[in-house]
Design a protein around this ligand. Structure first.
Ligand SMILES: [Zn+2]
Length: 644
């Protein structure tokens, strides 16, 4: 392509933003990478011909219709010889497309692909060239919009008001935003969203101030309009929205939490280490560049643990344990403010660049805030996860490479590889290069590529330029290409500290040898990580008597920690333990977090004649309450074949 790759052209845009408390910020247009490794096969966009640089949404949340409706105004930049721009859509209902002056533009909607959705191709006419042009799309989300989950009042903690939230990653945002939905095509955005009073809207952008009360329309409830802006260019999967009956609690000078009133107090209490974590992260990797760091605790239907939406991390309520033992999750989402949000993989094949780097950063932040013991234990759990994955996948399996090979679908990743093997790669580099020098390198990596897309080959090139230089001995000892492109585990992998779980592993062995259980006091004195380790290391097969005794002595079904409860339920279901079924049913009806839901259905189904009818009965009840992501993971396990 002869267009000069949109090298950082700075554009000053009159955005109509008048909020006095907002610094006027230049919107920098991030480059689109042209290397082979940066190609994203999950977008229809051809960004080197024409690309979106900014999205302005003006949408109404329609809870009765379970849809969003309004307009998206896109700033578009194109090569001189381009004639059209291609956008991504998944079921969007398009009313019309015009230029910035209201003149109709021709467009076609292509055939739909089950993975990618369908392309919208808009004719640009005279509007080509590097000058920014605007196109305005009138649209509504379709009935199956996968990014959005609309919850009835009964599905919320308060039970009185409806709730909606979005989950954009990986390629779901095209079901509610007509744009170029690819991580390598960064965009700035702004939004005006209306919702019925008294619902509050939050987004992954900076709020432009108090909502505006709109005039009452006959026969309709009063509505309020909320405005947001994100002047840093981001991958579009990070545009996120939630609305419900929400309260805010301040945590620190730049941080706070939103939650339903019933949960706000417990949430704020659990998140009281947030400012300390931000300080620790800044000390390691340079300043936090997003202004505020707020979080929202969503209803339990949220399919993930957390989602690192900028300035507004989305969280499952299942992390609340009462003792802050699961707040490694917050360190993880916060760390994404550097790895993933500031520097982002250009294509889904480099998942480790977001998640592996983040898992490593998480350990470093946790070490500063919580001390070495907890981190040593987290790392040992991660290492065990990698070894287990390698065993079940096989050392030669191409799925065990950090950069997903071309023949595999990178959206069907193994988290033990992308997250844990990725983190292990960084721990290994740190141990060989030395902490101080490696920290310098990582800080430099984030600075050099801030607000830009990146690839594995860029990471290796930087490492060779800034650290290895011409030291062939160092190059050899790092085994970089084996780590990124090879399968299995390179022989230089940093080992976890064998002492991390010395006490617990002794107890596991005693239990395996003659059934000796840890004393109730000993168990209660263990950290959540130690309890998890014990449960994960239990023998696969346990009798009803053994399960009953474990539950009796350790109080497993009474635990306040959902990670521990999950491991108990999984062990019980795997072993056809009838007394655990009612609690499993209650848990699966309440919680939609895929990390818990998928393995519990797997455990039930895996038993065959005992568990299959139970799984089918429970899934019939609970499926409607799960997010599309969780459904997509569980449907194939229980052979769910339709109904939609
Ligand atoms: Zn993550």
């Amino acid at each position: 392509m002869r267009f000069p790759a949109f090298a950082a052209i700075t554009a000053l845009i009159v955005s109509g933003c008048t909020a006095e408390d907002l610094p006027s910020q230049e919107r920098v247009i991030a480059p689109v990478l042209t290397s082979e490794q940066a190609m994203d096969e999950f977008t229809y966009a051809r960004p080197l011909e024409a690309r979106v640089t900014h999205v302005a949404l003006d949408l109404d949340l329609d809870f009765e219709g379970a849809r969003v409706e309004g307009t998206a105004t896109l700033d578009v930049q194109s090569a001189e010889d381009a004639t059209e721009i291609v956008l991504d859509s998944d079921g969007l209902i398009i009313g019309g497309i015009t230029d910035g002056n209201g003149n109709d533009l021709d467009y076609t909607i292509g055939e739909s692909d089950p993975d990618k959705g369908e392309p919208i191709t808009v004719q640009l006419g005279e509007m080509t060239g590097p000058e920014l042009q605007q196109i305005v799309i009138s649209y509504a989300s379709g009935p199956e919009a996968e990014a959005l989950q609309w919850l009835s009042p009964e599905q919320t903690a308060g039970g009185e008001h409806p709730f909606v939230f979005s989950q954009g990653q990986a390629i779901l945002n095209r079901s509610w935003i007509p744009t170029q939905d690819s991580p390598g095509i960064r965009q700035t955005w702004e939004a005006r969203i209306t919702a019925p009073d008294p619902l509050t809207v939050v987004m992954s952008g900076i709020s432009r101030g108090d909502p505006e009360m709109l005039d009452e329309v006959e026969g309709e409830s009063t509505r309020r309009a909320f405005e947001f802006v994100m002047d840093n260019s981001i991958p579009p999967y990070l545009i996120a929205i939630a609305a419900g009956n929400l309260e805010f609690a301040e945590l620190g000078p730049r941080s706070g939490v939103w939650a339903e009133p019933a949960q706000i107090e417990a949430a704020a209490e659990e998140l009281s280490d947030t400012e300390a974590m931000i300080d620790a992260a800044e000390g390691l990797y340079g300043s936090y560049r997003w202004g505020r760091y707020d979080m929202i605790v969503l209803p339990p239907a949220f399919p993930y643990g957390g989602m690192e939406n900028p300035v507004m991390t989305f969280l499952t309520p299942t992390f609340i344990a009462g003792d802050r033992s699961n707040t490694g999750l917050i360190a993880h989402e916060l760390a994404h403010s550097w790895s993933g949000n500031l520097v982002t993989y250009a294509s889904w094949r480099d998942g480790w660049l977001n998640e592996g780097v983040t898992s490593y950063l998480t350990a470093r932040i946790s070490e500063e805030v919580f001390g070495e013991t907890r981190v040593m234990q987290e790392r040992a759990l991660e290492y065990a996860g990698v070894m287990e994955a390698l065993e079940s996948l096989g050392e030669d399996n191409p799925r065990t490479a950090l950069r997903t090979p071309d023949e595999l679908n990178p959206l069907e990743y193994s988290s033990a590889i992308v997250y844990d093997k990725g983190a292990l790669f960084l721990h290994t580099m740190e141990s060989i290069i030395g902490r101080e020098q490696f920290d310098d390198f990582m800080r430099g990596w984030f600075d050099r590529h801030a607000f830009q897309p990146a690839t594995s080959e860029m990471f290796l090139a930087d490492l060779r330029e800034y650290v290895i230089q011409d030291d062939s001995e160092l190059e050899e000892s790092l085994m970089l290409d084996e780590w990124i492109y090879g399968t299995g585990l390179p022989e230089n992998a940093a080992q976890p500290d064998p002492e991390a779980f010395a006490a617990v592993d002794g107890a596991v062995e005693a239990y395996g040898t003659d059934g000796t259980m840890p004393a109730t006091d000993t168990w209660a004195g263990w950290s959540a990580f130690e309890q998890r380790r014990f449960l994960e290391e239990l023998p696969d097969e346990l009798s009803d008597e053994q399960l009953a005794a474990l539950n009796e002595t350790l109080g497993l079904s009474e635990t306040g920690n959902n990670e521990v409860l999950f491991l108990w339920l999984e062990a019980a279901l795997r072993n056809e333990y009838d007394p655990a079924v009612p609690q499993a049913e209650e848990f699966l009806g309440r919680v939609g977090r895929n990390k818990f839901v998928e393995p519990l259905f797997e455990a039930l189904w895996g038993t065959g004649a005992w568990g299959e009818p139970i799984a089918t009965r429970i899934y019939d009840e609970t499926r409607g309450g799960y997010h599309s992501y969780t459904r997509s993971q569980v449907d194939p396990i229980v052979g769910f074949a339709g109904g939609e």
